[in-house]
Design a protein around this ligand. Structure first.
Ligand code: SF4
Length: 381
């Protein structure tokens, strides 16, 4: 498959593994921020083929996973209301709320629809003037331009039956929260045990790589903007290791075929027209200042939380699910007692088990254990 095979070439991968092994002289902990990178690593066994001194820590880069339970419960409450068409991407339908999920709302008669673009939801609103149409607008910076465009279009067309349930999150404040957290050993100006980052290439394609310069300067960590194919991930790791071994910390772009320093300026303009920065709660991590977007005053009338009066819903997170620790890289999914037992993709206790970018889902698919704790090879993926 052209354009993909060239980033999965086994010979080139072997060379990159050898380069990384040659360069590594001591232990380093590198966090891949994005769940897409986590899946590439686990699916291809990259972590198992690296020198043992290199630990890959899975970061919080799965937007479905970090959406708090309270927001899922707000979605379920709205979706169950009469004369509502609730639209979402497919990966939200199996995310468990406090009592049920969107699939169950649909099986009880709720009009829950899977769409492939928020603009599909705008079209549904145009075609159904007697219904209230809501789109579940979650995600990182990557999905924000399309969501902003949807509400911009709805306003242009004078639609009063379209709204967004917004739970957008921003990556740099989450990386800052990880770097300034007290988890791990002290290292200079920071307390996190993360020595370097693979930044999420698709987020940078929208917002630009320049956003990460302040983190590099403040915390003295190398950050390499990285893609999602196996060779992309290996090249990102190679560059981080070379910097760490040399004692340098700079921002590098290892994904230039997609990412430019300034990002996508028209997309940023669309976002800035519709959204404003707000504090946001991340599942398992808690509130991070300035880490989200909400509709700004001009578009507030399209806010589903206000239109359906669900803003007060506040649900405590499950005490059985340890996804908060998984999302911060404090444990691997295997260390959660429920993994593969009470918690499976068919009986999920947390979003990390059902999201296509969730670390628990990746481990379940590619790294299942048998009853004695030994990895089941060749069965999962
Ligand atoms: S395995 Fe299940 S219960 Fe454990 S952290 Fe993952 S999603 Fe939560």
């Amino acid at each position: 498959m052209r354009y993909l095979d060239e980033f999965r070439d086994p010979e080139l991968a072997a060379r990159l593994f050898a380069d990384i092994a040659r360069a590594t002289t001591r232990e380093w902990a590198i966090m891949e921020v994005c769940g897409g990178q986590t899946h590439a690593i686990i699916r291809n066994g990259i972590d198992q083929l690296l020198p043992p001194a290199i630990e890959l820590i899975h970061g919080p880069g799965c937007p479905v996973c970090v959406t708090p339970l309270a927001v899922i419960d707000k979605a379920l409450a709205i979706a169950g209301m009469p004369d509502v068409v609730f639209c979402s991407f497919g990966d939200m339908l199996r995310v468990p709320g406090s009592e049920h999920d969107l699939f169950q709302v649909r099986s009880h008669g709720g009009d829950v629809r899977v769409v492939y673009s928020p603009l599909d939801a705008v079209r549904i609103a145009e075609d159904n003037p007697g219904k209230q149409v809501v789109f579940f607008a979650i995600g990182f910076e990557t999905t924000a331009p399309a969501n902003a465009m949807a509400v911009f279009q709805a306003r242009q067309r004078g639609l009063t039956n379209f709204s967004l349930l917004v739970s957008h999150v921003l990556v740099p404040p989450a990386m800052e929260a990880i770097m300034s957290s007290s988890n791990g050993s002290s290292n200079g100006s920071r307390t996190s045990r993360v020595d370097g980052f693979l930044a999420a290439g698709h987020v940078c394609s929208v917002m630009g790589s320049w956003q990460y310069e302040p983190l590099v300067e403040r915390y003295g960590v190398p950050i390499v903007v990285t893609g999602f194919e196996p060779l992309d991930v290996l090249e990102g790791i190679r560059r981080v290791v070379i910097q760490l071994e040399a004692g340098t910390a700079t921002l590098e772009n290892a994904y230039p075929r997609v990412v430019q320093a300034a990002g996508n300026i028209p997309a940023q303009a669309m976002i800035n027209d519709v959204f404003e920065v707000c504090d946001r709660t991340w599942r398992g991590i808690g509130e991070i200042a300035g880490s989200g977007w909400r509709l700004n005053e001009r578009y507030r009338a399209f806010d589903a939380e206000e239109r359906f009066d669900v803003a007060a819903i506040d649900s405590p997170e499950s005490t059985r699910c340890r996804s908060g620790e998984v999302l911060q890289g404090l444990i691997t999914p295997h260390e959660c007692e429920a993994f593969g037992r009470e918690c499976t993709p068919r009986t999920p206790l947390g979003a990390t088990m059902v999201s296509s970018e969730g670390a628990c889902a990746a481990y379940y698919q590619y790294r299942r254990l048998d009853a004695t704790g030994v990895e089941l090879r060749g069965r999962g993926g």
